[in-house]
Ligand binder design. Structure first.
Ligand code: FAD
Ligand code: A2P
Length: 336
């Protein structure tokens, strides 16, 4: 069982104190016939700050998450939450809203954009008073002009000390199961790694393990997609966890512009799924296995296709199995 470990800065609602959320399981035998009622996650904090009355967080850090030679701009950004009252508690797997400064082209305040939280509830400094994000600057070409995304550009260019309007937290889709012996399969592309970074810190950072009184004993398998090696986000941390916990963490990379799939095309995580389909489906047959998908919307059909092929090799029908996994609270997807 997990100990409640949410920092109780200022006044914390009793209902916000619970640490993680139980999920129902799906056994091989009952996988079709017995969907078990999901828990409502009533204890998870939601919308402590609404977009119309946001909390003003202060930037404490904003540094590149990329290595030399990477494509684009991706920043790791941390905000101080100490002054929030009520305290802006959150749990791993949630998102926050950011309202960029300025106005839109109609003279109205900008709408909030959602960002997955990349830190655990204890924050990167373990003091429980910060939240971190992993943000890619949106940039594309239109009519020969480079267009910069409003909010992502605003975030990537913030300086230490800047005040930022934050709403949330929101989201119950990507919460971790409570059981220490659960298995966690993760499919991430690009900044979709954000919630996975929080999970992996919770599982493998010694300070996190101590603070949570939660000692992950299952198997975690991260499939990470990036265009180049230099774009692999938090790669050093994950390599370190793998060394420290070789029995508990598998880390599989698909580096699209440096590796080729079996057809000679770009290597995507769904190609890695096909390579490891037998092991993945052996894990899925265990009711303690959860699957998390986060990142590019475009990856979902590819993952589905790979899972369909992989399932068929085991005599299973993915189009039937996936809704069952979802109903059982074991399939978690957040793509954008
Ligand atoms: P905007 O200024 O709002 O521009 C976006 C618009 O530009 C699009 O709606 C589209 O109309 C247009 N556009 C985009 N690309 C093109 C193109 N190639 N050609 C033509 N038009 C185009 N982002 C992260 O970086 N990190 C995260 O952790 C993260 N988590 C998220 C979690 C959730 C649950 C959701 C829903 C989204 C998440 N996002 C994340 C995405 C984020 O919310 C924003 O959508 C993103 O940062 C772009 O916002 P923006 O204000 O910079 O772009
Ligand atoms: P590529 O851009 O080479 O086609 P980032 O956000 O840092 O660009 O990383 C996203 C990663 O996801 C890239 O490696 C990108 O490959 C890859 N990708 C792009 N489209 C898909 C897709 N449909 N399915 C899976 N991965 C994808």
């Amino acid at each position: 069982m997990n100990a409640p470990a949410i920092k109780t800065k200022k006044q914390v609602n009793k209902s916000q104190e619970k640490e993680t959320v139980s999920k129902n399981s799906l056994s091989k035998e009952d996988s079709v016939s017995k969907p078990i009622k999901k828990k409502p996650h009533a204890d998870v904090p939601i919308n402590t700050y609404k977009p119309k009355a946001p909390f003003l967080g202060t930037v404490t850090e904003n540094y590149t998450a990329l290595k030399e030679g990477a494509i684009g701009k991706v920043q790791h950004i941390t905000f101080d939450l100490s002054d929030s009252d009520p305290f802006l508690n959150y749990v791993e797997g949630q998102s926050i809203g950011i309202i960029p400064a300025g106005e839109d082209n109609k003279g109205k305040p900008h709408k909030p954009r959602l960002y997955s939280i990349a830190s655990t509830r204890h924050g990167d400094n373990f003091a429980g008073n910060t939240v971190s994000l992993c943000v890619r600057q949106l940039q594309y070409e239109k009519d020969g002009e480079t267009i910069n995304g409003v909010c992502s550009t605003y975030l990537c260019n913030l300086s230490k000390g800047d005040k930022v309007k934050i709403s949330g937290p929101v989201g119950k889709e990507m919460l971790l199961p409570e059981e220490e012996d659960s298995n966690i399969i993760m499919f991430a592309t690009g900044t979709g790694i954000a919630p996975m970074r929080a999970y992996l810190r919770k599982m493998f950072e010694p300070m996190e393990r101590e603070k949570n009184n939660w000692n992950f004993k299952g198997k975690a398998w991260l499939f990470m997609g990036a265009p180049k090696t230099a774009n692999l986000l938090y790669n050093d941390d994950f390599e370190h966890y793998k060394k420290q916990f070789p029995e508990n963490l598998i880390y599989t990379k698909a580096i699209s512009r440096e590796q080729n799939n079996s057809k000679g095309g770009r290597m995507y995580i769904q190609d890695r799924v096909l390579e490891h389909s037998e092991e993945i489906f052996n894990m899925i047959e265990n009711p303690k296995t959860h699957i998390y998908l986060c990142g590019l919307k475009g990856m979902e059909p590819g993952i589905d296709e790979a899972m369909t092929t992989a399932a068929a090799a085991k005599g299973l029908n993915w189009s039937e199995l996936r809704p069952q996994l979802r109903k059982a609270g074991r399939w978690h997807a957040e793509t954008y």
